[in-house]
Design a binder for this molecule. Structure first.
Ligand code: ATP
Ligand code: LTN
Length: 341
């Protein structure tokens, strides 16, 4: 029995779980820093992806807009290349085990731990009129998302590292109190495109919630808008296209260009030798427009077929639910709840 278990575990693919909040339009930062990597992982791992819509209501949402954002985010992720046949892709609110395990894990997470989360500190400053309990316990719901699927690896941007570390601590704590129950997940932080910065303030990350709309490129921006944003991107007075410390604006543009063309920094420096920032910014804009074009086309196709979208997210939820329920039952049994039925 033991040998069989070892055999299957060495043969099985590692499990990857990740999620993104449908909190607004998807940015080039989300795409290059997160989504594109998800797509690439689908062949080598057992991937499960979700839209973390329960997390999104930690910030007040207008119902009609929220519903639209969720559907659009779902269609856009399909358009980016998430293949629901390979990777169950669902909405977190459709699998109630997330909320259930979230509550349970709240009881295994300390107030002090949650108080130290930098995202909580940032967001409670930003939304000072609505510092709700969900904003505070956000990380234990995120731990539930990950632990329900016994994920080995969690691809996230650097900004989510602290939450992931807390998920690991919660898993280890629970395993220690009872017996091994959860796989302790590891972060999977991509080397390239790890952090795309704002085009207007390249010391800050490109973010959906940036007040300066010119700082942020959206995956669904029209070609004109994309070009305008790149042409206005902040650079420096050095007038030389090279990757160097202190040249945050140029470094960021080089990073983006490298991500969408596959060229190395040396190749980019050679390509633009003797040329000015104007030429370079136009080239980056064009490359991004070209790269996003097929994604935008697929997005519009998916959005015009709501039935297909519903089929995908319903099936995704069913597949996810089977896995999640198994973990949740195990957890409840270990804690001492009396099983129903
Ligand atoms: P918000 O502005 O509401 O904080 P966001 O744009 O930062 O939103 P999230 O929903 O928090 O986006 O992040 C989704 C995923 O995209 C995460 O894995 C995150 O690490 C990644 N990500 C977000 N912004 C960037 C960025 N500028 N560069 C690289 N990755 C990013
Ligand atoms: N908090 C993440 C989204 C998220 C997530 C997760 C990421 C929710 N649950 C589980 C990885 C694993 C964010 O805001 N980017």
């Amino acid at each position: 029995m033991n040998t069989m278990h070892t055999e299957t575990t060495t043969e099985r693919k590692k499990v990857i779980f990740s999620a993104i909040q449908p909190s607004g339009s998807v940015t080039l930062g989300n795409y290059l820093g997160a989504l594109r990597n998800w797509v690439a992982l689908q062949d080598d791992y057992d991937c499960i992806f979700a839209l973390a819509d329960l997390h999104t209501i930690t910030v007040r949402q207008e119902p009609a807009k929220f519903r639209k954002n969720i559907l659009e985010a779902y269609a856009l992720l399909l358009a980016c290349g998430i293949d629901p046949e390979k990777s169950p892709f669902f909405m977190q609110s459709h699998v109630s085990a997330h909320a259930e395990l979230g509550w349970i894990l709240d009881c295994y997470t300390q107030f002090g731990e949650l108080s130290r989360m930098t995202q909580f500190k940032d967001k409670s400053q930003k939304h000072a009129d609505n510092v709700n309990a969900g904003l505070f316990t956000y990380p234990s719901l995120m731990a539930a998302d990950i632990l329900l699927y016994q994920a080995d690896l969690v691809p996230v941007g650097v900004d989510q590292k602290q939450h992931l570390e807390l998920s690991r601590n919660i898993a280890e704590r629970f395993n220690g109190i009872y017996s091994p129950t959860f796989t302790v997940p590891e972060g999977y932080i991509p080397k390239t495109g790890a952090k795309i910065m704002s085009l207007q303030d390249p010391t800050k990350k490109m973010s959906k919630s940036d007040e300066n709309v010119n700082g942020c490129v959206y995956v669904l921006d029209t070609p004109d808008v994309i070009m305008r944003k790149f042409r206005r991107a902040v650079t420096d007075s050095d007038a030389c296209i090279r990757y160097a410390e202190g040249k945050d604006g140029v470094n960021n543009l080089m990073g983006i260009y490298s991500c969408v063309t596959g060229k190395t920094y040396e190749e980019i420096e050679a390509e633009f030798e003797g040329k000015g920032y104007g030429d370079f910014k136009t080239a980056v804009g064009e490359a991004v427009i070209e790269h996003l074009k097929p994604i935008q086309e697929r997005f519009h196709q998916y959005m015009s077929d709501k039935e297909y979208l519903a089929k995908c997210y319903n099936e995704g939820a069913e597949k996810a639910e089977r896995i999640a329920r198994k973990t949740l039952s195990k957890v409840m049994r270990k804690i001492g709840f009396v099983p129903r039925g």
